[in-house]
Design a protein around this ligand. Structure first.
Ligand SMILES: Cc1cc2nc3c(=O)[nH]c(=O)nc-3n(C[C@H](O)[C@H](O)[C@H](O)COP(=O)(O)OP(=O)(O)OC[C@H]3O[C@@H](n4cnc5c(N)ncnc54)[C@H](O)[C@@H]3O)c2cc1C
Length: 414
């Protein structure tokens, strides 16, 4: 595949953009692959990419029931940070954050990583104590964060009201090299690189059954016929429970819709990401000028990918005290994605009761930031049978009571 470069842009400008190639191929499925990955979201595509790049495994198919990046990967609010409390989480999220720093160069695809800084507000004494503790833990883990006071918050975010009547801003945990990236571009960049390595990305191909023989996976049944494989990676976020069901086991996961909305575009007014966990909302400004606002999950399990009116009201009502200026904004769009939530709010990257079948799920409301780290670790797990990055996130932790409890760090998550 031809490399993208400033020279290529200039060349194509001179010949009416007639020389661009398709970014990825759309081949017919083969009868059998060494590895099948189900789900062409960020995590599935990153897994395929690192299987090829780090382990030379390229006889790989990524099967997607819709279009690539059309799940949560293309629906999130793109926040990237690694200020988690537990060592295992900090390790995988910081690996991911550091891979984001060089992802555009690595994939030769501009993913618009913008390390503009992420701030999580402390608006109760409990949050002050919690975030100070996280900042200390991060220092020991080698993750660069700091606990800052309200004056510094105001300096970094002039539009914020730090003396709100109900929840004044008491401080914040601040990660200066955290930020955002263009979510579709992450999926497209990985897809292009996988296709370039000869992997097959097959869209509109839904997996409807999992074939086994003697307790070992042998392939999948799809809407485009049966396809064999030696190893199977299931990376389908909110549909993980359904795929586990097809293979005959249960996952400790609940699926629920998480919602977000954007305002009309306005002039630049906030150049960092702010999360307000107590009132439950978070906000950043996109390059187009829209305020990107994240809300909460529905209070009941469901598989809808729609927005709901009460979420606009609840989320904006929560944020308006801290950001009074948003009361005058019109909201343009809202949407939902089906997220997969575990009891300890940590992901599952694991072998399963079916030999050679692996699952990568449970990223819940906050897995966009983890995509490269998750793909890196899960590829290693699938290729070698173990990975230091994924060790703590096995299914056995639910039987052994060894939770990786991130319910505080991931209460709002993102
Ligand atoms: C509104 C919202 C805001 C969010 N904000 C953030 C944020 O700011 N920061 C952050 O870090 N995270 C955020 N997240 C979470 C993040 O988006 C997800 O954790 C992450 O995108 C999950 O990626 P994935 O690749 O696992 O899943 P997905 O991108 O959902 O990909 C799974 C794919 O599997 C496919 N699939 C399902 N079943 C089958 C089948 N049977 N056969 C074939 N294919 C199948 C689906 O079509 C889908 O494309 C947010 C999520 C939402 C919904």
């Amino acid at each position: 595949m031809k490399r993208y470069s400033a020279f290529a842009v200039a060349r194509e400008a001179l010949r009416n953009h007639t020389g661009w190639e398709r970014a990825w191929a759309s081949p017919e499925p083969k009868k059998k692959y060494d590895v099948i990955i189900v789900g062409a979201g960020g995590h599935g595509l990153a897994t395929a990419y690192y299987l090829g790049k780090n382990f030379g495994i390229t006889n790989v198919a990524v099967l997607e029931k819709g279009w690539l990046g059309g799940g949560n990967t293309g629906r999130n609010t793109t926040i990237i940070r690694s200020n988690y409390l537990q060592d295992a989480s900090a390790a995988i999220y910081e690996k991911a954050r550091s891979l984001y720093e060089t992802m555009s160069q690595d994939l030769n695809y501009n993913v618009m990583f913008s390390p503009r800084g992420v701030m999580m507000l402390a608006q109760t004494q409990a949050e002050v104590r919690g975030f100070e503790r996280t900042a200390h833990a991060n220092a020991l883990q080698g993750v660069k964060t700091e606990y800052i006071g309200p004056e510094r918050v105001k300096q970094l975010v002039p539009i914020i009201n730090i003396s709100g009547p109900r929840y004044p801003v008491l401080g914040a945990i601040w990660q200066a090299r955290a930020g955002t990236a263009r979510h579709d571009a992450v999926a497209w960049g990985y897809a292009r690189a996988c296709s370039d390595m000869g992997m097959h990305i097959i869209q509109k191909c839904e997996v409807i059954g999992i074939e086994q023989s003697g307790g070992k996976v042998t392939g999948v049944n799809t809407t485009r016929g049966p396809i064999g494989c030696d190893k199977l990676g299931v990376v389908v976020a909110g549909h993980s429970g359904n795929l586990a069901d097809m293979a005959g086991f249960r996952l400790p996961i609940e699926s629920v819709s998480l919602q977000a909305l954007v305002s009309e575009p306005i002039k630049p007014c906030m150049d960092v990401v702010v999360m307000a966990n107590t009132v439950h909302g978070y906000m950043s400004q996109s390059d187009k000028g829209e305020m990107v606002i994240g809300g909460g999950t529905d209070g009941y399990n469901n598989y809808t990918q729609r927005g709901a009116f009460h979420h606009i009201e609840e989320t904006v009502r929560a944020l308006v005290e801290t950001f009074p200026m948003i009361s005058r904004l019109k909201m343009l769009r809202q949407w939902g994605g089906i997220v997969d939530v575990t009891g300890d709010r940590s992901p599952i990257l694991s072998k399963t009761p079916v030999e050679n079948m692996f699952v990568n799920c449970g990223w819940g409301t906050g897995g966009f930031k983890a995509i490269p780290g998750s793909g890196w670790g899960f590829a290693e797990l699938m290729a070698k049978g173990h990975s230091p990055l994924t060790e703590a996130f096995g299914l056995n932790r639910f039987y052994e009571g060894r939770f990786v409890d991130e319910s505080v760090a991931a209460g709002v998550a993102h």
